[in-house]
Design a protein around this ligand. Sequence first.
Ligand SMILES: Nc1c(NC[C@H](O)[C@H](O)[C@H](O)CO)[nH]c(=O)[nH]c1=O
Ligand SMILES: CC(=O)[C@@H](O)COP(=O)(O)O
Length: 164
Amino acid sequence: MSTADKNLSVFSIDDLPNISNKKFALVVAEWNSEITEKLYEGAYQTLIAYGASPDLLVRGNVPGSFELSVAAHWFAQRADIDAVIALGVVIQGETKHNDYINHAVAQGITNASIANNKPIIFGVLTPNTMEQAVDRAGGVHGNKGDEAAMTAIKMVGLKDKVLA
Ligand SMILES: Nc1c(NC[C@H](O)[C@H](O)[C@H](O)CO)[nH]c(=O)[nH]c1=O
Ligand SMILES: CC(=O)[C@@H](O)COP(=O)(O)O
């Protein structure tokens, strides 16, 4: 199923956890900031809408998506952080650079999440064009930031259940 078949801002809200005392870190890449800021706004507003406390949301900026992994790792090492949301937009260029970034970030975030025993959410768009990015940052296909935030909410809830 592609994003075209599933709106990123439409999700089940059954059995969501109480996140009023959960602390979330949002790490945002500065590359393509006109899009990443929309992802951040979507993620932030979704967290608030489903019960997060504004004073328990922290943000960190990184130069580009390649730096998301290590910054997410730093936040995940903090005992007070329950989940990290990594937000970026890696647009295909003339070379294979985007492939290297995308694979590195996907693997890096996975490794950091497992190493720190905490959810680190891959909220990174990997579009071929800016138009595809716009469509997924509050456009016709919803907002990847919304999806990333809801994924973080559900994962902290699952962790509490599984490791209770
Ligand atoms: N081209 C994009 C980049 N490139 C920068 C890298 O992410 C990284 O900051 C640099 O290689 C230094 O380590 N980053 C994005 O987030 N999006 C792009 O489209
Ligand atoms: C993903 C990138 O770093 C990309 O924007 C670089 O563009 P190019 O592959 O044309 O150098």
